[in-house]
Design a protein around this ligand. Structure first.
Ligand SMILES: [Zn+2]
Length: 198
């Protein structure tokens, strides 16, 4: 029986004994500002709605976005209420149902930004073609663009595929094209070759 002063987890319905157990208040999603017990809270971030990597000035900042909160890689809470393009995108992440069993998470492209990749690939690399392949090569080489970018991996119901969305400020679309094509640019290869000869 719940005691006076106990708090009901709005996710699983369990009563938390506030003298001995921890609980949290959701900072985002349908249960925003509602109490969530420790176990629901940690389970949520173990299987996030999206992993979002913000690029700025050549640095990557990874954020895990759950149904109740979002956190940085070091475990610090991400401020979902901030008024900036990163928080705007994270606040907008929501489930899109394609049928009763299937769907995917998606967020809104920030204002004055352009979605340059909206794609998916198999976990075995299937469908890794075109701009996605060019991007994947540079990204996996550890290169990070020096202009702002949102690289998002939202979860979908197909566990055998990965969804990838990339957004950049609209005035950086040309820079993005140059960045993903850098290694295909003949002048880049010439430079690399002549650097080797020297
Ligand atoms: Zn719970």
């Amino acid at each position: 029986m719940p005691k006076k002063g106990d708090v009901k987890c709005r996710c699983c319905g369990r009563f938390v004994n506030t003298d001995t157990d921890g609980y949290w208040y959701a900072t985002r999603g349908d249960l925003k500002d509602k109490p969530i017990c420790d176990s629901c809270w940690y389970d949520d971030l173990a299987e996030p709605e999206a992993i979002v990597i913000f690029c700025e000035e050549g640095e990557r900042q990874k954020v895990r976005v759950g149904s109740f909160s979002a956190e940085h890689e070091d475990g610090d809470e991400f401020d979902v209420n901030a008024r900036d393009w990163g928080a705007d995108y994270i606040r907008s992440l929501a489930w899109h149902r394609t049928d009763p069993w299937r769907g995917y998470f998606d967020g809104q492209t920030p204002q004055e930004w352009t979605r340059v990749i909206s794609d998916w690939c198999g976990i075995d690399g299937y469908n890794l073609v075109g701009d996605l392949a060019l991007f994947q090569k540079r990204w996996n080489d550890g290169d990070t663009p020096d202009f702002p970018a949102i690289v998002s991996f939202p979860r979908g119901s197909n566990v055998c595929s990965i969804i990838i969305d990339v957004m950049v400020p609209t005035d950086k679309v040309a820079a993005w094209q140059q960045w993903i094509n850098a290694e295909l640019d003949p002048s880049f290869e010439d430079k690399a070759e002549s650097a080797e000869v020297r």
